[in-house]
Each structure stands twice: as C-alpha cells, then as structure tokens.
Design a protein around this ligand. Structure first.
Ligand code: PAP
Length: 375
C-alpha cells in the first residue's frame, strides 16, 4: 500500500531493540485475538532481538535518517519522488518506515507475515487470513470484526504501523501476531527466516497491478489537488522497474525463490488463483497457517462461508468499507473505500492497448526467465 510521507519523529532509531515501539496504544480494532491451534507461543523476550550493524545507515537517528534518505538517488514521476534503496524504489516516508522496521522490528517465531506488492490483493489476503486464523474466537456470524472493521486495520503493516488507523505498538501485540508488509524479502529482518516465521506472499498479474496502482495513486493525487498521472507515463515507468516497492519482478522473484526453497514456511499465491477457486485457497491457507479445516467444518461449509465473507461483493457492501478513512498528517487522507475498486482479473484491457499488454508480458517473461514463475 502506498502511503505518503509521515510526520518526522525525533526518536532515534535503536540499534538494539526488543520491540518496535510507537507513540499511541493500539485501538481495540487492532488488538489481535489468539489463533486456534496456533504454533507454540513465542514471547517478545524469546524473540531474537539484536539488530546487527550491517550498514552505516543502521546507526542513524531520526534527523540524520532523513539526511541519509535525502542522500540516496531519487527520481520524479509518480505522485511523490521515489528513493532508491538496496535496489528498490520507495516513497520517502515509506522508506523511513522500512529502515526503522529493518532495525527495530523484532520477529517472533509464531509471527505470520502477509507479504504483497501494493495493489496485488493485500486487503483481500488480510481479510482471508484474519478470518481463518481467528475463526475459533470470532465465529463467522453477524458479530464478526470484519463486518465493522476495515481489513487493512485488522492486520497492521510492519513498516507502516500508522496505516491501521492509528499507531500500533507491534511489540505489545500478543503472539501469534498477524502482520503485513510490502517490503521485499531481502529487507525483512533475517530472523523472519531463521525463526521460521510463516510468510504468505500474494502477487498478481503485473498489468492489473499497474492499472490498480494508477487508480489508487490518482485518487490520492486528486485528494491533494495535484495533476493525475496518465496510463502511458505510468506504464513506461513500471516497465523500467520504477514503481513504488518496485521493480515488480525482483519483488516477486525474491519471494518466489524463498517459496521454492522453503515451501513449509513461505506460501506463494496469485490473486488470479484466489479468484478462480476461493474455497481451495481458503483450505490451503488454513493448512499452511497451522489451522486446517476440520471434517466438521468441511461438512458445515466453513470454506464457502469464509470465501463469501471475504468476497469483494460482501466487503464493498459494508458501511465500514464505504465511509471514513485514515489521515496521515495534514497532507494526505486515505479513504477506506479506496482499497476496493473493481476487484477483477483482466481489467487492464480497459486501460491499456493490446500492444502495451504484450510489451509488459515480454518484459516480465524475460525478467522471470528460468525461475519457474510465470504470469
Ligand atoms: P494495497 O496494496 O494498497 O494494500 P491492495 O488491497 O493490495 O491494496 O489492492 C487493492 C486491489 O485489490 C484493488 O484492485 P482493483 O484496483 O483492480 O480493483 C481492489 O479492488 C482489490 N480488492 C480488494 N479487496 C478485494 C476482495 N475482497 N476481492 C477481490 N479483490 C479485492
């Protein structure tokens, strides 16, 4: 998810930290109930919490962090200039969060991390995973939290904790934590891998991802009174690998390779496969997350019910997803409804020419060649 620059913090980045700590206590909407049949509890104390000094910027405090960011290569084109860091492009405010998270965030073995590139279906994956993991505590009925809370607010981002409707103290959340990130695998804390945290990665056809990104970006631009981006400009930048959290292909490839090497801890999903068989994906997700559907649940249609509750149609019909939003300083406001647009596969054809589609397909094919990953 793209969010703009957030207010500066004078708090120094801690090199050795047990938990990531943010200003305000979590709201009830962010509190995460314990999962049924969860993996063994891992307390914050038992988590590996020592950040190693791997690069000079590790030691930077809040203000010098900004100086460090302004010393990195930057390029104009999207609604905000993007900054290049370790091969990826970030909005400046997001990069601050990424740098903070890559130092101060302390993974726990029981963490479940939902990883996506923006506009690949994060909102949907959050809804599905939250519903599946918490189904023994929140039955799939009229009082389910998803009916009154935006799924983006039920699962906080590691690098953008303020996107959940207020600052979340990730370190104060009980285990097992359900967390989200748009960060590439290489920028996640190494303990995510060494502790065996379960990671679910969701990707999407890059053409639809780009179209979704363009609409999202233009809504934010319009809110700030700026000029909209054209599909032609967005397309050219995307094809060059220049997009928020891009290059698209490198991000996918990192998680793909992890999922091939460690299929027990990294599950790789595609938006299109959820669309084509939601119930199967519900079952796969439940198994992967350690809470498989029981025979009784199968008989009573739990897979269907989860899929229905998390469907585009159900969620867009809810008031919580139509009104309200989250403000980020006085410059930007993100409406709750902005995360729901069409929710379709192949909408790119309504916005790009066939030639553009073929060109992007060729680029992606060439970038992913030999990996086994295809779109
Ligand atoms: P983020 O990266 O900013 O967090 P993300 O949820 O990944 O946003 O992307 C939004 C896309 O997911 C939108 O796609 P579209 O622009 O092509 O329509 C949105 O409609 C789609 N989406 C959100 N919720 C669902 C859902 N329940 N089912 C299917 N698609 C969904």
């Amino acid at each position: 998810m793209w969010l703009p620059h957030q207010p500066a913090s004078s708090t120094p980045i801690q090199i050795i930290a047990k938990t990531a700590s943010f200003a305000s206590p979590p709201t009830p909407a962010m509190a995460q109930p314990a999962a049924p049949a969860a993996p063994p509890m891992s307390s914050p104390e038992s988590a590996t919490a020592i950040a190693t000094e791997s690069s000079p910027e590790d030691a930077l405090s809040g203000e010098s962090l900004k100086d460090f960011i302004s010393s990195l290569p930057s390029r104009e084109g999207w609604a905000q200039p993007l900054i290049r860091y370790k091969g990826y492009w970030f909005k400046p405010g997001i990069l601050e969060g990424v740098l903070h998270a890559s130092r101060a965030f302390a993974p726990r073995a029981a963490d479940i991390v939902l990883a996506t590139q923006p506009k690949c279906g994060t909102t949907w994956l959050k809804a599905l995973a939250f519903t599946i993991v918490n189904r023994s505590r929140h039955s799939l009925g009229a009082h389910h939290p998803l009916l009154t809370h935006h799924s983006q607010h039920l699962v906080p981002f590691i690098e953008i904790p303020g996107a959940a409707g207020g600052h979340v103290d990730l370190g104060a959340l009980p285990s097992p934590r359900l967390l989200a990130t748009h960060m590439p695998m290489s920028l996640l804390r190494p303990e995510t891998r060494s502790l065996g945290c379960r990671v679910v990665y969701l990707c999407r056809d890059p053409k639809d991802t780009l179209v979704s990104r363009l609409h999202f970006e233009n809504k934010l631009v319009a809110w700030g009174g700026g000029a909209c981006l054209s599909i032609d400009d967005a397309f050219d930048m995307f094809c060059e690998g220049f997009s928020p959290y891009g290059p698209f292909w490198d991000h996918c490839l990192e998680y793909w390779e992890e999922s091939v090497a460690r299929s027990d801890t990294v599950l790789f999903l595609k938006y299109e496969e959820i669309k084509s068989d939601q119930m199967q994906v519900v079952r796969r997700l439940a198994r992967f997350l350690g809470v498989p559907l029981t025979e009784e649940e199968e008989r009573s249609g739990v897979a269907e019910e989860v899929a229905r509750m998390c469907s585009f149609e159900t969620l867009t019909g809810l008031e919580v997803n139509q009104v309200g939003g989250v403000s980020h300083g006085n410059k930007v406001h993100v409406d709750n409804s902005v995360f729901y647009r069409k929710g379709e596969v192949g909408d790119w054809a309504n916005h790009m020419s066939r030639e553009m589609g073929e060109k992007l397909d060729r680029i992606i094919q060439q970038k992913l060649q030999g990996s086994g990953l295809v779109f």
